[in-house]
Design a protein around this ligand. Structure first.
Ligand SMILES: Nc1ccn([C@@H]2O[C@H](COP(=O)(O)OP(=O)(O)OP(=O)(O)O)[C@@H](O)[C@H]2O)c(=O)n1
Ligand SMILES: C[C@](O)(CO)[C@H](O)COP(=O)(O)O
Length: 250
């Protein structure tokens, strides 16, 4: 499964979709990426949202689902553009393994299998900014207040209000020059590595923040399936219109 894909002379866009989670917080019979929304799996919706914006996709999956995934890729006509790798125990391990088949000298995005509502405009902007700056990530401003909980729960008080203007919610796709993120992923795992930027930050500091759209939710818990159904019921055209409006207002 793990043979390196050859890069050609112009800058190619690779995309890793870590899809090897088991969905503990969802608590469903199947891992959540294989749950159906509107007749298709969440994984298929995610691939459909991104495939037209990239050259190659690397899907990190649990071997148990290989046949289902291969059938889905055949149906989608994507079998020759998608490379399967074996998922690891943590998201970090899945991405680390998938990076082994990505050549140097290309841009590589990493996008959660369970974020099917990402906007094409945001995907393109992240690749463009990563090419220009070094790395790029979609972020969302906070629209609710935040409180900080000190570790001992006592000092100076059990919880404190903090200035939310200094914070952003971090989403995916997170896009990098491939040789840099491959180098960063050679580090041993740390608990603070909750996404790919946190791994990259250890070695580099050139990260562009791209405004994201609200819809790019990560389907994690059962209530988010309800939001997923709702977002699917809004037509693609309408979502595109709302995305353009949002991006032009920033
Ligand atoms: N060993 C793992 C764990 C997670 N992921 C992927 O990382 C993304 C974000 O992970 P998360 O939402 O935490 O998914 P799960 O690990 O499935 O969820 P949970 O933590 O509730 O089990 C998902 O696309 C998931 O499939 C992965 O590829 N390999
Ligand atoms: C990568 C990520 O989606 C960025 O927001 C997030 O950190 C994944 O967190 P999870 O707890 O592994 O789902």
């Amino acid at each position: 499964m793990e043979q390196v894909i050859t890069a050609s002379d112009h800058i190619k866009r690779y995309l890793i979709i870590p899809s090897g989670g088991s969905g503990v917080r969802m608590g469903a019979e199947l891992p959540k990426q294989y749950i159906r929304l509107g007749g298709k799996t969440i994984l298929q919706h995610t691939i459909e949202a991104l495939a037209k914006h990239v050259d190659y996709i690397v899907l990190g999956i649990s071997y148990d689902y290989r046949i289902i995934v291969e059938d889905m890729l055949q149906t989608m006509g994507l079998a020759d553009r998608v490379h399967l790798t074996v998922a690891g125990r943590r998201r970090f391990d899945t991405v680390q393994r998938a990076l082994r088949v990505v050549p140097d000298g290309v841009l590589v995005g990493i996008h959660d299998a369970v974020r099917p509502f990402v906007s094409g405009a945001v995907v393109n902007k992240c690749y463009e900014e990563a090419q220009r700056v070094g790395a790029a990530v979609p972020v969302l401003q906070l629209t609710e207040s935040l409180r900080y909980l000190p570790e001992d729960g006592k000092q100076p008080q059990p919880s404190q209000a903090i200035n939310r203007s200094h914070y952003r919610l971090v989403r995916t796709p997170q896009v990098f020059w491939s040789e840099r993120i491959k180098e960063a992923y050679q580090q041993p795992f740390q608990e603070s590595f909750t996404d790919d930027c946190s791994v990259y930050d250890q070695l580099y500091s050139d990260l562009a923040l791209v405004p994201d759209t609200t819809e790019n939710i990560k389907i994690t818990t059962p209530d988010q399936l309800y939001w997923g159904e709702h977002l699917l019921s809004i037509s693609r055209q309408e979502r595109l219109r709302l995305t353009k409006k949002l991006l032009s207002s920033r």
